[in-house]
Write a protein that binds this ligand. Sequence first.
Ligand code: IVH
Length: 685
Amino acid sequence: MNTPVPDNIEAARAEAEELHEAINGHNHRYYVLDEPSIPDAEYDRLMQRLLALEQAYPELVSAESPTQRVGAKPISQFAEVRHELPMLSLDNAFSDEDMEKFFGRLADRLELEAGSEGLSISAEPKMDGAAVSITYEEGRLIRAATRGDGTVGEDITHNVRTIQSVPLKLRGTGYPRILEIRGEVFMPKAGFHAFNENAEARGEKTFVNPRNAAAGSLRQLDPKLTAARPLDMYGYAVGHVEGGVLPDSHSEIMEKIREWGFPVNPDARTVAGIENCRQYFVDLGERRDALPYEIDGVVYKVDKLALQIELGQVSRAPRWAIARKYPAQEELTVVEGIDWQVGRTGALTPVARLEPVFVGGVTVSNATLHNIEELQRKDIRAGDTVIVRRAGDVIPEVVSFVPERRPSDSNRTELPTECPVCASPVRKTDDEAVARCTGGPVICRAQRVEALKHFVSRKALDIEGLGSKLIEQLADDLVHKPGDIFRLDAEQLAGLDRMGKKSAENVISSIEKSKSTTLGRFLFGLGIREVGETTAQNLAAHFGGLDPIRNATEQDLLAVEDVGEVVAGRIIGFFADPELSGVVDDLLAAGVEFEANDANQLPVGEVFAGKTVVLTGTLSQMTRSEAGALVKRLGGKVSGSVSAKTSLLVAGDKAGSKLQKAQNLGVAVWSEQDFIDAVGDFLTT
Ligand code: IVH
C-alpha cells in the first residue's frame, strides 16, 4: 500500500474507522455467512493499511481493532470467572424410548391436553468441542470464559479473541447492553487433519480428536499458539442479559445473534413433535460423516422461552432440553495381541487383536495399524489400553494408547524378521513405510491366496462363486497359479468342503465364462504393483493388446495417462520376471482371451468430449466404475467431486451431498436412464 498515511489524526481516524467496518464486514461474510466477496490478497491489503495507520497513530489502536486479535501478551495463569448464571449440562437420551419419555414428561408438566405433537422444538447438532461463554458490553467483546465446573470457569479472553469467526464487536443495533453468548468452540475436521499432518511432519505432538484439539487450544497461555489453531465457533444459547430485550423464543434469539454477526449453526431447525425430531436425528446421522465438524448427537430444546421457564431445571440440567446421542465413534479397549497379515504383494500389515468393543454402531475385534512405521510412531503394544475409532463405514483404527494404563512389563512392538506365514526373510527399504515378505506367491501361501483372490475378484476376472473360502482350500493343492483355475473340473470341486455337485458345476461354468474377458480386467487381475483398475484400463486403451504392453519400453509406457516412472518400472519389472511372465503365458495357454471384447475394440465416441463428469449414488444397470470407463471411452473426464468445473453429474439411487452441491452450483444433473440413453449406442453386452 503506497498511499502515504494522512498527516492529521482526524483523517487517519476516519480512514481507520472505515477500514474497521470493511474488514469486519469481510470477516463476517467469510466466517459467518460463508460467502467471501473479495480475494484474500485484497483483504490482506486492507489489514496492512490499517496496521500502517495504527503504527503512525498508536492512539487509534483499540481492543476492537481487527489488528488486535492476537495482540495480547502471554498470560502467566488463568484468572477465575464466576458465571452470572450457571452453565448447565444436558441430560442424555440414547434411544427412541428415552425420547418418548422426555416428550411424555414435557406433555405432563406443561399439561398439554393433546400431547406434545404440536410442541415447537429447536433441533440442533450437538457440536463436539468445548463450551465457552462470551460477554459483550455495548457490543464489545469484554470477556470469554470456559465452562469450568459450571459455576466458575477460566478467563480465556485472550485466546477467544483470536478465533476469526468470533466478532470483537457486534454488528448492527438493538443488542442488549450486556449480552452473554454461549456456544461451542470447535476445530473443523479439515483443520484438525491439516493441523495433525503438519504436527506429525515436524515431529510434534498430534491431537487425538477435534474435541481435544479445541479444548487444548483454548487452554494456551500464549494467544499466538491459539491463533495458529484453526478454531471456529457456533453460538447455541444466551446467558446473562442486561439492558435490552430479546425475542421470546430460542430460535428467534439465535436468528438475532446471527444478525449481530455471531455465527450460529446453519444446520439447526425448528421442528414440531417427536416424529419430526426423530427424522431430524436420522437425517443428520446420515450426513454425520460428511459434515465439516464433529458431532456426537442432537440437542433438542423447547423453543418458547415461556415454556422453558415453566419447565425449569433439575440440579445441573434443564428440563426443557435433552441431548440424543449417536453411537460413540471412539471407545477404549485392550490390545490382546498384534498379528501380522501378509497381503498379495507381500506387504506385512500389523493388525491389533482387540477385546471386542461396541464402537461406531458395530462390535470391533480387529483394527488395522497400517504399517510398521505408523505402528512404531503410535507405539502401540500388546497389553495396551487403546482408543479405537470407527466413523461411518471407515475401517476401525487404533488412535492411541492410554499411557496411565500401560502394563509396566510391556515391550515395544518390533517388525518380525521372518514372514509369519512362509518364514522367508522380511525386508523393509527406507523409501517405503511398509515391510514385505520376500517369499513371493510361489513360496508364500498368504501371497498366493491373496493374489488368487484378487485375480478372481469382481473388478478383475469376476469369477462368480469362487469365493475366499474356496480359494483357501484350492491354494494348497489344486491351484498354485492363476492358470490352474482354468484346469479345474467339477468333480475336483465337488470333493471340497461345502461343495455340492450342482454348485461345483456352477463354479466351473462361471470359470468358463470368465475366460473371455477384457484386456483391462486381465491386466488388473495380474496384480502388478501400482497398477490399479484405472491404470489397467488406461494401458489397455492405449496399447490395444497384450503383446505391445509386454514389449513396451519405459518411453512407450510414459505416454499412457497417469503412468509415471514408478508405474512404468513396475510393469517392465513384472514382465521381465520369468516366473511372472510364465504366469501370463500359462493363462493364455489355459484359454483366457480378451481380443473379442477388449475395451479398445469399443467404438470411440464424442458424447462426453471436453466434459468433466461426476458419478454418484447407486447405479442399477452397471457399476460406477463401468460407467466411468464409458465416460472416458467417450472423450470425457471422470472426477470424484463436484465443483464449478463439473459439466455433468450422473445421479444414481440414494445420491446425497454431491447431488445437493451440483444443484446449488447449477450443474446439469442426469438420471441413470438419461446416461444410458446418451451412451446407448456404445453399450456392449
Ligand atoms: S445447549 C442448557 N446446544 O453439550 C443447555 N449444548 O452437556 C446448555 N453442546 O457442554 C447447552 N452443542 O457445550 C447446547 N447445540 C448445542 C450444543 C451443546 C454442543 C455441548 C455444550 C455442553 C454439552 C451439554
